[in-house]
Design a protein around this ligand. Structure first.
Ligand code: NDP
Ligand code: OXD
Length: 309
């Protein structure tokens, strides 16, 4: 049996329908399963509750309802050997790349200024920004960061990236580890966060990091709110160290109505929709992992529990 839990109601219903069509032999339940919970072998969840995980003694894996797994790995007493898998697919990647390219171009083409001018019927041309001083630095060159990098390169932006381990992405200036971060930041007029939220990345985008960017840099965060120290971002926006920010994810979601980000003129907010999970492309991955688990084969897109992503 597969249990669906810890996801929005509509997403849960869509997954249930699509999974039933894909795997008619798989019993599917919306949690919690009260009657004989030992039947549950697989879980699909964005953020399960600890008591739910503990309720199913025969779980063989938990699949995240998205690319990130921080909502699962934060569950207390998660069995240490329980495999956690996540979603990696073309549509998820394409949607994120479109979000990032849009945010980069929004800043580069000074769209914020022109939208404001239009509201006042004000004809106000600015000198265009130079592409040479619109260098993009991407924190994280994984499934999402490396695709965004590739598409920005095709638009002739200069792109650098930062990873935990050494990595090569053609055309991208690659940095890694704590020492590589300083060099990445010094050359990032536009900083894009595409890191997972882990013990190492929590609060990484703080006042010290922001100070290392060129003055007037632009911040784009569609990864996780927890990567960012909000007070430091607001202070950097107010001082001009940041010229603006495109934020899709927040420390508290939904973003509270009185949060200063909402009314800040330099901030473009979207409600955690940079790359919403696409059920149609998620289901085949999940079904493949059910088949593999049943056959005793290695799972796809399994995360490294020690690294946290
Ligand atoms: P991946 O696991 O494929 O890539 C993660 C990247 O981050 C890797 O390059 C990894 O380095 C790097 N990284 C991890 N930890 C560190 C560290 N301590 N220092 C330096 N680099 C580090 O993840 P994805 O690209 O698939 O997704 C990234 C995140 O995007 C997800 O975790 C999720 O939080 C977020 N997301 C948000 C969505 C939205 O709608 N807003 C939608 C989808 C995802 P290395 O290459 O060395 O392993
Ligand atoms: C994800 C997300 O991690 O939507 O997939 O945030």
């Amino acid at each position: 049996m597969l249990v669906l839990t810890g996801m929005e109601r509509q997403m849960t219903a869509d997954f249930k329908d699509a999974l039933s069509a894909e795997m008619p032999d798989l019993e599917i339940a919306v949690g919690p399963v009260e009657d004989r919970p030992e039947r549950v072998e697989f879980m699909l969840s964005w953020a399960p509750r600890a008591d739910e995980v503990a309720r199913y003694p025969n779980l063989r894996f938990i699949c995240s309802g998205g690319a990130g797994v921080d909502g699962i790995l934060r569950v207390p007493n998660l069995p240490p050997d329980l495999p956690i898998v996540r979603l990696v697919d073309e549509i998820l990647t394409q949607r994120m790349t479109h979000y990032v390219v849009h945010a980069v171009l929004h800043h580069y083409r000074q769209t914020n200024h022109y939208e404001g001018a239009q509201l006042r019927a004000h004809w106000a041309p600015l000198d265009p920004r130079a592409i040479e001083t619109s260098r993009v630095g991407i924190l994280g060159l994984g499934a999402l960061g490396s695709d965004a990098a590739e598409k920005l390169l095709a638009l002739e932006f200069s792109v650098a990236g930062w990873t935990r381990r050494p990595k090569t992405v053609p055309g991208v200036t690659c940095h890694h580890g704590p020492d590589g971060l300083r060099a990445l930041l010094a050359g990032s007029d536009i900083l894009v966060c595409l890191l997972p939220l882990t013990a190492e990345t929590l609060g990484l985008v703080d006042a010290k990091l922001l100070d290392r960017l060129p003055r007037g840099a632009y911040l784009i965060n569609p990864a996780r709110g927890g990567l960012v120290d909000d007070a430091a971002v607001l202070a950097a926006l107010d001082s001009g160290q940041l010229s603006g920010a495109a934020l899709d994810v927040f420390n508290e979601e939904p973003l509270p109505p009185d949060h200063p980000y909402w009314s800040h003129p330099g901030v473009a907010i979207t409600p955690h929709m940079a790359s919403r999970t696409h059920v149609g492309s998620a289901v085949p991955q999940l079904a493949e992992n059910v088949r593999r688990a049943r056959a005793g084969q290695p799972l796809i897109n399994q995360v490294d529990r020690a690294a946290g992503y």
